[in-house]
Ligand binder design. Structure first.
Ligand code: SAH
Ligand code: SF4
Length: 348
């Protein structure tokens, strides 16, 4: 069978709703570039069928760039002493959440390094106050915690939790996250699901030592977990980390992983990640046409957001209002609109 026949057959299988196996996923990750567009079109069609044409916006607040971990890939790692560190006060966080509400968004994502300065109690009080004053849906992205902590967050009013698996290769995970274990991360994800959080996971594409087999396993893990949200972005080397200088300009491979995530998981919420935009000026639009349906504008106050440097080149210029009106224009250019309501995973 010729390559084009083989790919056509695989995509047909997808269209009629048959699940792809590991080997087929690897074949689609490996196929020649000429066929990638067919994969993206298939994923885009599934996105439209399962979710529709509306793009869900989530306002993100990066409230602390202190981190007690030393992930090799991340600019916030504890050993990066070149980074100017900041913590937002409770008032600053709540005021920013109010701005998100003013711009009609319905969801706030609170993200930080692993920073024990914000105790479980303090996070719970913040959640309660944000809920009381804004009514926003609250997503946390603050790293690994105990099941009891997750439970407290839930009781205080948090609704969603993002914790990317990063990679499901135990060896690569251990190398990239010194002192951490993949099992523990997966345990956290299972607890979050069991407790009833809308749970997000995901990976980075283009990590050193990563193979297509590992990427296929990442995708199968996302499906098996029955994750509700999937953050899939390219790895971008930060100059002040041990992975400085490692080239990754593989926008297309990232888009293939994203498209396959849509194909495998059907109705999950998949953001067009900022990291894609940092690699390619059209990265966001390309992702939205390859299966993505979510965008997360950054509301972190300007004086802080320049220091939330997980990787270089990550900020959209301008105020949140300006960013959103530019986004709406970009979305219109591809026939898409914004949904100003919570945008749960269908059926949740
Ligand atoms: N500390 C929390 C949340 C903040 S990090 C946590 O680690 O879960 C948020 C995400 O940034 C991580 O999940 C990781 O996938 C991404 N990230 C970190 N360094 C990156 C890099 N160099 N390139 C691309 N994404 C990166
Ligand atoms: Fe800390 Fe998260 Fe960066 Fe790891 S990825 S160093 S846990 S902020």
């Amino acid at each position: 069978m010729s390559i084009s026949d083989k790919i056509e057959k695989l995509l047909l299988k997808v269209e009629i709703g048959k699940p792809l196996g590991r080997k087929e996923i690897i074949d689609l990750l490996r196929m020649p570039g000429d066929f990638a567009q067919d994969l993206f079109v298939t994923a885009d069609r599934i996105r439209q069928r399962e979710i529709g044409d509306e793009i869900f916006l989530r306002g993100i607040i990066e409230f602390s760039n202190y981190c007690e971990c030393n992930c090799l890939y991340c600019g916030l790692r504890k050993s990066n002493n070149k980074l100017h560190r900041y913590r937002m006060t409770d008032d600053e966080i709540i005021n920013t959440a109010q701005e998100i509400k003013k711009l009609r968004l319905t969801t706030v994502v609170l993200q930080s390094g692993e920073d024990s300065f914000y105790s479980t109690d303090r996070i719970c009080r913040l959640i309660e106050q944000i809920k009381k004053e804004t009514g926003l849906i609250i997503t946390l992205s603050i790293g690994e915690k105990s099941t009891t902590d997750f439970q407290s967050f839930l009781q205080s009013g948090a609704n969603r939790y993002l914790l990317k698996q990063e990679t499901v290769s135990p060896e690569l995970y251990k190398y990239l996250r010194p002192g951490c274990q993949l099992d523990k991360r997966i345990q956290c994800l299972r607890s979050l699901k069991l407790l009833g959080f809308e749970t997000g996971t995901g990976n980075m594409v283009g990590l050193p030592g990563q193979t297509l087999e590992i990427l296929a396993d990442d995708l199968l893990f996302m499906k098996q977990l029955d994750a509700d949200m999937l953050g899939i972005g390219p790895f971008i080397a930060h100059p002040d980390t041990p992975l400085a200088g490692i080239e990754n300009d593989d926008v297309e491979l990232t888009l293939r992983v994203l498209a396959l995530a849509r194909i495998l998981t059907l109705n999950t919420n998949i953001p067009a990640t900022t990291a894609l935009t940092a690699l390619h000026p059209q990265g966001r639009i390309l992702a939205l046409q390859a299966g993505a349906n979510v965008v997360m504008p950054d509301f972190t106050p300007e004086n802080y957001k320049i220091h939330y440097e997980i990787y270089p080149g990550r900020t959209d210029a301008g105020s949140a209002a300006e960013i959103i009106s530019k986004l709406e224009k970009d979305f219109r250019s591809i026939g898409r609109t914004v949904l100003y309501s919570p945008g749960n995973r269908p059926g949740k």
